[in-house]
Design a protein around this ligand. Structure first.
Ligand SMILES: CC(C)(COP(=O)(O)OP(=O)(O)OC[C@H]1O[C@@H](n2cnc3c(N)ncnc32)[C@H](O)[C@@H]1OP(=O)(O)O)[C@@H](O)C(=O)NCCC(=O)NCCS
Length: 251
């Protein structure tokens, strides 16, 4: 199987056909020297955010996620992990602002209890979301508020674990798509829904009034652990679909 641990010109070249998902388990990193090293990679802004978290666990996840992102980007080009600079769009979506890489490396980051992940690709809009499966909370209420009618109907036929698994498929796909658009889940609409075209193969379907085109999107759903669901949305436009390679690393 192709691995993400290889020389940077080669790895960069592979992004012509592939999309890479870098995964890390925050609980696996506890060594004080390593954590100190991660902190030294952060920008002044990131360090400030890092210090502001109320809960240790959130602070730790943030640190591992941003070390993962910086190390992942540096695997493609000869830039030190601490030298990447980022700026956000008006909805907060970060992109690389320096150094200037042509064609641009694009990424998206996600973190949840027990897992952090970032997707890296060349040029294309991409979004990633990971969630831990849970049957707690008012999932039905969230579905009624956020999901398309078809998705809600599909969920009505399910209960227990099957319900939760399907709920998090829809949720993570929706969030990945919104993050690829750069707007975030707060701007989620109900004029599209996600459809399992064949077992494990997901597509998006838009209402006729929508300006978007389902043929422009590649979606993927992964189960990186028994407890987590991860969704990817990549705006491939008219280019062929990409092979999705994912791998756990210690940043
Ligand atoms: C951004 C958003 C999708 C994050 O969702 P989440 O499930 O809490 O978090 P995830 O772990 O999946 O993703 C967080 C990462 O996504 C990235 N991100 C932030 N805003 C983003 C956006 N608008 N689109 C795509 N990615 C975004 C960041 O890298 C962030 O990581 P960081 O906070 O450590 O830097 C969600 O909070 C949202 O909908 N935000 C809307 C923001 C908005 O509209 N703001 C208006 C100004 S107040």
């Amino acid at each position: 199987m192709a691995t993400l641990q290889s020389d940077n010109p080669q790895l960069l070249q592979r992004l012509q056909q592939e999309v890479h998902v870098w995964l890390a388990s925050p609980e696996d990193v506890s060594d004080a020297d390593k954590l100190q090293e991660y902190q030294s990679l952060l920008s002044a802004d990131e360090r400030q955010r890092y210090r502001r978290f109320h809960f240790d666990r959130d602070r730790h996840h943030y640190l591992v996620a941003h070390a993962l992102l910086r190390r992942a980007l540096s695997a493609y080009v000869d830039v030190a992990p601490s030298n990447w600079q980022f700026s956000g769009n008006r909805h907060g979506r970060p992109e690389i602002s320096a150094p200037d890489i042509v064609p641009p490396l694009r990424f998206n980051l996600t973190h949840t209890n027990g897992l952090v992940a970032c997707v890296v690709n060349l040029e294309l809009d991409c979004g990633i979301d990971v969630e831990r499966l849970s049957i707690r909370g008012n999932l039905t209420g969230i579905a009624e508020k956020m999901f398309a009618v078809n998705e809600q109907q599909d969920l009505k036929a399910l209960d227990g674990q099957a319900f939760a698994e399907r709920f998090f498929c829809y949720w993570t796909l929706r969030e990945a798509y919104c993050k690829a658009l750069g707007v975030g889940i707060a701007h989620s609409e109900k004029d599209y829904c996600f459809v399992e075209a064949a077992a494990g193969q997901w597509a998006i379907s838009f209402d006729s009034q929508s300006n978007d085109d389902a043929r422009h999107w590649q979606l993927a759903l992964l189960k990186p652990t028994t407890e987590h669901v991860l969704a990817l949305a990549i705006r491939t436009e008219d280019t062929p679909g990409k092979a999705i390679i994912h791998e756990f690393v210690v940043p």
